[in-house]
Design a binder for this molecule. Structure first.
Ligand code: NDP
Ligand code: 2IT
Length: 444
């Protein structure tokens, strides 16, 4: 049996009930087959793939907090410190009821390669909780964040592990988490990114994932003789990534016509009104029905459906496995020519294969959504030198990083004879730096 197959079998046996982790590992290891086969015996002897797929450390903890009625609530807390070969662990925190160890492991595993692709010195990690911030008062969110950090602070630090936001964790949560870290550790340091601008945050970090997605997409389209200008774009999600993807798409001359949340979706043929969307989602934390109520051109539908809208480019920006084989068939039938992932692993493996087999340009999240974590690393740099760069400076660096990632991914796919397979290109390009660093550091 090939080394890749051995490791995949072992991984499934050793990590039961973690389908998302299996999915992420399968996609990466399948891509790496060509690289591993060049030197299979050495990789096997060093157990490089077993080490790569086993987290360096997994921290599980209880998060007790008191709700507004005086009732004690208990949630699970997680931090997976996956790989520190190329830098301190770096990756977001997700607060969502669906969070479990398998979800955090899939996200932490993806983060290793994504962070490597940025070219910056950051290792891979991820964390979170099954806490649901929806419908909670500010005081409840603060109580939860303080309890979460009361445990997490023991395991993180500006040169050890630097968390940030993800689903359900935005500026409000990062503020409460930072305050509690500082209070307990008596340290004012860049232990979190995505901080507010008055206490060490970076300009353009809020916009970075969505903007970066569009910079990557623009470069990918350009290199394939297409243009974002004039393209009709279907976007899913209505959170941090989706909002700033829509904004940058409009700035580049594209026309995003959809967005969605966990209960329904909007089709707005005149183009999404970003200011209204921000007001509904960032300020009021309300449902998309409020967007439709204020926008005569918008149609609101319950449930799932953005991929049924005819589009040139699709940008899934909500959550994992939100674009399945049926959706992929609909997109192809409707003439869509590019799919770029803003979310982490939003496309199922079957859907990805179908899109690629039908000649759709497909950008995997670990490459196309790397702008968020890249700008987090820029926030770390600014914190270290105790300076703040201008919006334009950060944005220019972000753009340069995304354009570079596209070309590194494209070059890797060509080098291994898989031209335009950006999934393989991203996995191979991300792997190489991490594998070299792991080899150099011995058996640890
Ligand atoms: P947010 O919490 O800001 O937004 C998530 C959006 O997706 C919300 O509109 C949410 O709906 C919607 N959604 C629909 N279905 C689900 C579901 N089953 N689970 C969770 N959300 C759902 O998160 P982000 O925009 O930050 O993250 C979106 C995706 O992008 C995630 O996959 C994340 O891992 C990834 N990502 C985020 C980065 C960042 O910097 N924030 C960086 C790179 C990737 P509702 O409004 O009803 O909650
Ligand atoms: O998935 C991701 O890359 C993020 N949620 C951002 C991580 C970070 O450290 O900024």
């Amino acid at each position: 049996m090939s080394y890749v197959d051995e490791v995949l079998d072992l991984l499934v046996a050793k990590n039961p009930s973690q389908p998302e982790f299996h999915q992420a590992a399968k996609e990466v290891l399948e891509s790496l087959r060509v690289v591993i086969e060049e030197n299979e015996e050495e990789y096997r002897k060093d157990a490089l793939l077993e080490r790569l797929t086993t987290p360096e450390r997994v921290i599980l903890f209880r998060v007790p907090w008191v709700d507004d009625k005086g009732q004690v609530q208990v949630n699970n807390g997680f931090r997976v410190q996956f790989n520190s070969a190329i830098g301190p662990y770096k990756g977001g925190l997700r607060f969502h009821p669906s969070v479990n160890l398998g979800i955090i492991k899939f996200l932490g595993f993806e983060q290793i390669f994504k962070n490597s692709l940025t070219g910056l010195p950051i290792g891979g990690g991820k964390g979170g909780s099954d806490f649901d911030p929806k419908g909670k008062s500010d005081r409840e969110v603060m109580a939860f964040c303080q309890s979460f950090m009361t445990e997490l602070n023991k395991h993180i630090g500006a040169d050890t592990d630097v968390p940030a936001g993800d689903i359900g964790v935005g500026g409000r949560e990062i503020g409460y988490l930072f305050g509690q870290y500082k209070r307990i550790r008596n340290l004012y340091e860049g232990v979190l990114t995505g901080k507010g601008l008055t206490y060490g945050g970076s300009l353009a970090r809020t916009e970075a994932t969505g903007y970066g997605l569009l910079y990557f997409t623009e470069e990918m389209l350009k290199s394939n003789g297409k243009d974002i200008k004039g393209a009709t774009i279907a976007v899913s999600g209505a959170g941090n990534v989706a909002i700033y993807a829509i904004q940058k798409a409009q700035q580049l001359g594209g026309k995003p016509v959809t967005c969605s949340d966990s209960t329904g979706w909007i089709y707005d043929p005149e183009g999404i009104d970003v200011e209204l969307l921000k007001e509904v989602k960032e300020i009021k934390r309300a449902r998309l029905t409020e967007y439709a109520a204020k926008r005569p051109s918008a149609q609101y539908h319950e449930g799932k459906g953005v991929w049924t809208v005819k589009c040139d480019v699709a940008l899934p920006c909500a959550t994992q496995n939100e674009l399945d084989l049926e959706d992929a068939k609909t997109l192809v039938a409707n003439g869509c020519y590019a799919v770029a992932e803003g979310a982490n692993m939003p496309t199922t493996l079957e859907a990805t294969e179908y899109l690629q087999a039908n000649g759709i340009l497909f950008a995997p999240g670990k490459a196309s959504n790397a702008g968020g974590v890249a700008t987090s690393a820029l926030e770390m740099s600014q914190n270290s030198e105790r300076l703040s760069w201008s919006f334009e400076e950060v944005d220019q660096k972000l753009k340069g990083i995304m354009v570079n990632i596209f070309h590194n991914v494209d070059d890797a796919s060509r080098k291994y004879g898989m031209e335009k397979n950006y999934v393989a290109g991203a996995n191979i390009a991300g792997f190489q730096k991490v594998a070299d660093a792991m080899k150099a550091q011995g058996i640890v």
